[in-house]
Structure formats: structure tokens, C-alpha cells
Design a protein. Structure first.
Length: 460
């Protein structure tokens, strides 16, 4: 019974402390948690350990403190007496520690309360029933139950006064702002977001929504950047939130302003704040893919599309067909640019795929192009759809540009075996059926050709 009472006392204090630090800012919550654990070790664990040590009876010169343990015979009875003394000690220690902790927390709340009169009235109202009950327990059981009496009195007081000092946090709702944005009423959406932020000034999602309004709909990228830097300067901002904010800012600088330099600066801010982390490595990968100048960015956005082969109508063209004439100098320059980017980031899938297409379609270098595709197929991050598409490209190149239908057939059979449910596999089956039909027709025509007539008159 004593052990159960101690557990109930400790659970009550834990619930009260949890309710308190749940309402605090993150920085203060961490400090309260640390203080609580240190205080629990000092007030419960250390005294209980000392109590057990004094009643363990380590030697004849150091007998147990409790007479009941001293008088108990050796064996199970002595161990049972020791457990009873341990449970009793835990009950007394836990109950007194709980009462002192609750009293200290009530004092701290009283110091923080803005309306002291309301705080005092709440304490008196919450003491009407617990105070007489605590007095009755103290009169009936004496000092042994003083901790229980104090905890039963103070626990309702603390539970009722916490909301007076730290109101319960309510999560802001942005559904009204989102509805305004869908209706292209961006000014109204801005006001709706600001109203919600007034309820919770530290909400990261609300500030990001406001920054996105400024960047995408008000053409105020400078204002959006100020918001990003302000929320990242808050002490409660987490590293993941900060990285998301700077990644979004880099997107805006690149897509809205065409400013790779500012985008690079935003990503470098992540590396500066969190070096040697996964977030820094992700930012480095994006840095390696950024254009070096505004001119490079404009050129990358205005590139001419490349005609790409696939298993379909392109395979119906004659073998060796290469389409219209192309500018080989431009194709070579773009291939060199792809090589430079791959030296910086060999795992860039889109750049390697572009290089393979340029080599095969523009420069007529099918074998190096197929080597690039094989490298793509060996990458662990390649999806099944992508891999099936790449294998279909190889088959098309082998049939059209190398005039090697047997190699193309082998690649298509490999595609069907690995990715039988893909759309490219269905195209490959159709192409193989056509190839078999063409072979049968050719064989039938060869068999139907009449032999040359024999002459009955030898040539002289």
C-alpha cells in the first residue's frame, strides 16, 4: 500500500509539471525539464538510496536502522522486513518531496501572475475542500502523512492556477486564409494570416505562409526575405525549420528573380549554421547544381527541346535515320557543359541523362551514350519507371542509329524481363512481334522465288 501511495504521489507531480512545461516556450520548457529531473534525483533518488543503505545491514558494525529489520530472523523474514522498510521510506520521501515541489511551483506561479488578486482568490477557492481533508489526514496519521496532506491540498491549487499564468496554447487555423488565396483575394488572405499570428506569434507555418504571399503574389521578395531571416533568428526556431526557410528563399531568388547569386547565398547560410550535417550536405548538392551566373540561368530556361527516341512511333523510322540536320557545335558545347556539371556532382541523374541524349541524338556517338545509360541504370536511386524508359532509349538507338536489330531485340527482352508491367515493356513486345512478322514474311518470299530455268543447250 505504501508503494502504491508513493507511485500515485510521484505521478501527480509529474502530470502537474508536464501541464506546466507544455504551456511554456520551448526554451523555458527545456530548462524546467532539466530542473525537474535534477530536483527529482536530489529529492527522491538520493534520499531513498541513503535510506536503503542505512537499513541494509552491511555488517555487524553497521546494523539496520529500523528495529523491525534488526529483530527479524535471517532469510525470507529479514528480506520481507527490508522490503517493507523500503516501501515505507519511499512513501514518506515521495510524499514530502511532492508537497515541497508543489509548494515551490505555486510560489513561482504567484511571482509570475499579473493579477495577484485573482491568483489569491483562485488559491482560496481551490482550498475549500482539500484544506479540511488535509487537516483531517494530518490529525489522524500524524507527521507520517504530512507529505500526503500537503500534496492533496496543493495539487488542485497548482492545477487551477497554471492557466492563469500560462494560458493553454491554441494552434492557429489558416483555413480562412487558404480559402482567400484560392479566391485570389491575397490582401484578405494576408489579413487572415496576421490575425492568426497575433494568437500565436511564434508559429513557423504562419510566418512562412505570409512570406510566400509577399514573394509570389505581392512581388515583394525583399519583404519575404526579411520575414525569413526574422523567424530564423527566433531562439525557438528548430534547425529543420531554419533549413526549410532558407531552401524556400533560395527557390524564390532563383525562380522569381532569376538571381543564382542570392540563391547561393541562402544555401550557404545553411552550411554556415549547420556544418557537417545532413542538412549541409543537401544544401551542397543544390549548390553544385545552381547556375554560375544569371546568364547561365537564362540560357538553361531557354534551351531548345531535344528530340528523344522511345519505343513507339520512332522505331518505325528506317534504320540509320537521324532526322533533320543539327548544329554540332552547339551540341558539343552543351555536352561539355554536362560533363563539367557531372564532375561536380556525379549523381545528377537529369544531367547524365541529358548528356546521353545529346551524344546519341546530336553527335552520333551512340556507344558512349549507352555507357551513360548503363551508369544511370546502376544508380541505387533510379526508379522502375525511369529505368524502363532508359532501356527503351537504348533499344531504340541500337535499332535506328546502329542498324543492329539483334542488339535492340536483346535489350527489349531484358526490359520485358525486368519491368514487365511498364508501358515501355508493352511497346517492346509490339516491336518484337513486328520484327518476328517481318522475318516470317521475308522467309516466305525467299521460299516462293522460283529457281532459274535449266537450259538444254550448253553454251558454246
Amino acid at each position: 500500500m505504501a508503494l502504491l501511495g508513493a507511485i500515485i504521489m510521484l505521478a501527480g507531480v509529474w502530470m502537474a509539471a508536464s501541464d506546466l512545461w507544455r504551456r511554456l516556450p520551448k526554451a523555458q520548457e527545456a530548462k524546467l525539464r532539466q530542473w525537474f529531473w535534477v530536483w527529482a534525483i536530489k529529492g527522491v533518488a538520493a534520499p531513498l538510496l541513503i535510506w536503503l543503505l542505512f537499513n541494509s545491514g552491511l555488517s555487524a558494525h553497521f546494523p539496520p536502522l529500523m528495529v523491525r529489520i534488526q529483530m527479524a530472523p535471517r532469510g525470507a523474514d529479514k528480506f520481507s522486513a527490508f522490503l517493507h522498510a523500503a516501501a515505507t521510506g519511499l512513501f514518506v520521501i515521495a510524499s514530502f518531496w511532492a508537497a515541497v515541489t508543489l509548494a515551490w511551483l505555486v510560489v513561482l506561479l504567484a511571482q509570475r501572475a499579473q493579477d495577484r488578486r485573482l491568483f489569491a482568490q483562485t488559491c482560496l477557492a481551490c482550498s475549500i475542500l482539500p484544506a479540511p481533508l488535509a487537516a483531517l489526514i494530518l490529525w489522524a496519521f500524524g507527521w507520517y502523512a504530512a507529505g500526503v496532506a500537503g500534496a492533496l491540498w496543493l495539487l488542485p491549487v497548482l492545477h487551477s492556477t497554471i492557466p492563469l499564468v500560462f494560458p493553454n496554447k491554441t494552434a492557429p487555423l489558416y483555413s480562412r486564409a487558404i480559402a482567400k488565396m484560392h479566391g485570389d483575394k491575397y490582401k484578405d488572405a494576408e489579413l487572415a494570416v496576421i490575425e492568426e499570428l497575433e494568437k500565436s506569434e511564434e508559429d513557423f507555418n504562419g510566418w512562412m505562409m505570409l512570406a510566400e504571399l509577399y514573394a509570389n503574389h505581392f512581388d515583394d521578395l525583399a519583404g519575404a526575405e526579411r520575414i525569413i531571416r526574422d523567424i530564423c533568428a527566433l531562439p525557438q526556431a528548430t534547425p529543420s525549420e531554419i533549413c526549410v526557410a532558407f531552401q524556400r528563399l533560395a527557390d524564390w531568388h532563383l525562380k522569381l528573380a532569376g538571381d543564382p547569386a542570392s540563391a547561393r547565398s541562402s544555401l550557404e547560410e545553411i552550411c554556415r549554421r549547420y556544418p557537417d550535417t545532413h542538412m549541409c550536405r543537401m544544401a551542397r548538392l543544390r549548390l553544385n547544381q545552381l547556375p554560375r551566373s544569371r546568364e547561365d540561368w537564362i540560357e538553361s530556361q531557354t534551351r531548345k527541346p531535344i528530340s528523344l527516341p522511345a519505343l513507339g512511333s520512332h522505331l518505325d523510322l528506317p534504320a540509320g535515320f537521324r532526322g533533320p540536320a543539327i548544329d554540332r557545335a552547339e551540341a558539343a558545347a552543351r555536352a561539355n557543359e554536362c560533363v563539367r556539371k557531372l564532375e561536380l556532382n556525379p549523381d545528377d541523374i537529369s544531367v547524365r541523362e541529358e548528356l546521353a541524349r545529346i551524344l546519341a541524338e546530336r553527335l552520333g556517338k551512340v556507344a558512349p551514350a549507352i555507357e551513360q545509360i548503363e551508369l544511370l541504370l546502376s544508380m541505387p536511386g533510379a526508379s522502375a519507371d525511369k529505368a524502363a524508359h532508359w532501356m527503351s532509349l537504348v533499344a531504340a538507338w541500337q535499332i535506328k542509329y546502329l542498324a543492329d536489330p539483334q542488339a535492340g531485340r536483346a535489350t527489349m527482352e531484358r526490359l520485358i524481363s525486368r519491368y514487365p508491367q511498364s508501358s515501355q515493356a508493352f511497346g517492346a513486345r509490339r516491336r518484337i512481334s513486328l520484327m518476328d512478322l517481318e522475318a516470317k514474311i521475308h522467309a516466305a518470299r525467299s521460299a516462293a522465288t522460283p529457281p532459274a530455268p535449266k537450259t538444254f543447250f550448253p553454251d558454246h
